[in-house]
Design a protein around this ligand. Structure first.
Ligand code: 4AZ
Length: 261
């Protein structure tokens, strides 16, 4: 209960671009910081479809995935309450303090009409860009999603989020791999807040590798295909508390409608 409340509030704060304020005022009764996206630094040259979602001044607060030259999949909780004029999407920029790459304004925000809160599901949004991104796009999972979410499958996560529960961002894009967790195991971790039709969990039983604040909206890739969206969790990298991702197959048709619009 405590942890979920905290995550919910953090997600809302991040959605309003107040990530730094949220982190500095967050309750500190949590496990010691652990490396999250725990893997390694990487680059947008390596993963050209990974986008920064920023405020109008360039402050990154979420991630996203380019699925067409003007279409970016991100989390609903990143953009709910926002207006397009307050958002930018940055491609081709590995470092948060860089000036390289392509900055686009956002002309339209769509999010799942059923979305109310991360723990109720539907945490998916599509941003339409004013400027075409000159980068390779990612394929996304089909509505059937056959075999994609099998427990133990290796999933790759990416983002500029914090490298520990109470830490800051490394300032450079990071990536890690985590195994897909079964729905029953995730239900054991999160009870009825885990909605199997809309969510999928990934992480090691002992924790240690995970997404964290600021990674929301970014990709979970399985077999090189966009299969999830970083959504929520109880803290970051805690044992028995896997990261929770939007089960994109359940929203694939809705995303395609937006991509073709
Ligand atoms: C967040 O607040 C967030 N450990 C992202 C991912 C996870 C928890 C919180 C998963 O952006």
């Amino acid at each position: 209960m405590f942890g979920l409340t905290r995550v919910r509030r953090t997600a809302a704060a991040v959605a309003f671009g107040a990530a730094a304020a949220a982190l500095s005022t967050a309750p500190s009764a949590v496990a010691a910081p652990r490396p999250v996206v725990g893997g390694t630094t990487t680059t947008t040259a390596e993963y050209p479809f990974v986008m920064q979602v920023t405020d109008a001044t360039g402050g990154q607060f979420c991630g996203g995935t380019l699925v067409a030259p003007t279409k970016v999949v991100t989390a609903a909780h990143c953009v709910v309450g926002e207006t397009p004029g307050k958002l930018r999407v940055v491609g081709g920029r590995t470092h948060l303090d860089g000036t390289d790459g392509t900055v686009s304004e956002v002309s339209r925000i769509w999010f799942d009409p059923g979305y109310t809160d991360v723990v109720d599901g539907g945490d998916v949004a599509v941003l339409t860009l004013a400027t075409r991104m000159p980068y390779a796009t990612a394929a996304y999972v089909s509505p059937a999603g056959t075999g994609v979410y099998a427990p133990g499958m290796t999933a790759r996560v990416l983002g500029w989020g914090t490298t520990g529960e109470n830490g800051g961002s490394s300032g450079q894009l990071r990536t890690a791999t985590v195994p897909v967790v079964s729905d029953t195991e995730c239900r054991d971790s999160y009870g009825s807040d885990f909605v199997a039709s809309d969510m999928v969990c990934a992480g090691y039983p002992s924790g240690g590798v995970d997404t964290c604040q600021g990674d929301s909206g970014g990709p979970l890739l399985i077999g090189g295909v966009l299969a999830g969206i970083t959504s929520w969790g109880n803290g970051c990298a805690e044992a028995g508390r896997p990261g929770v991702y939007t089960r994109l197959a359940s929203f694939s048709s809705l995303v395609t409608e937006q991509v073709l619009t």
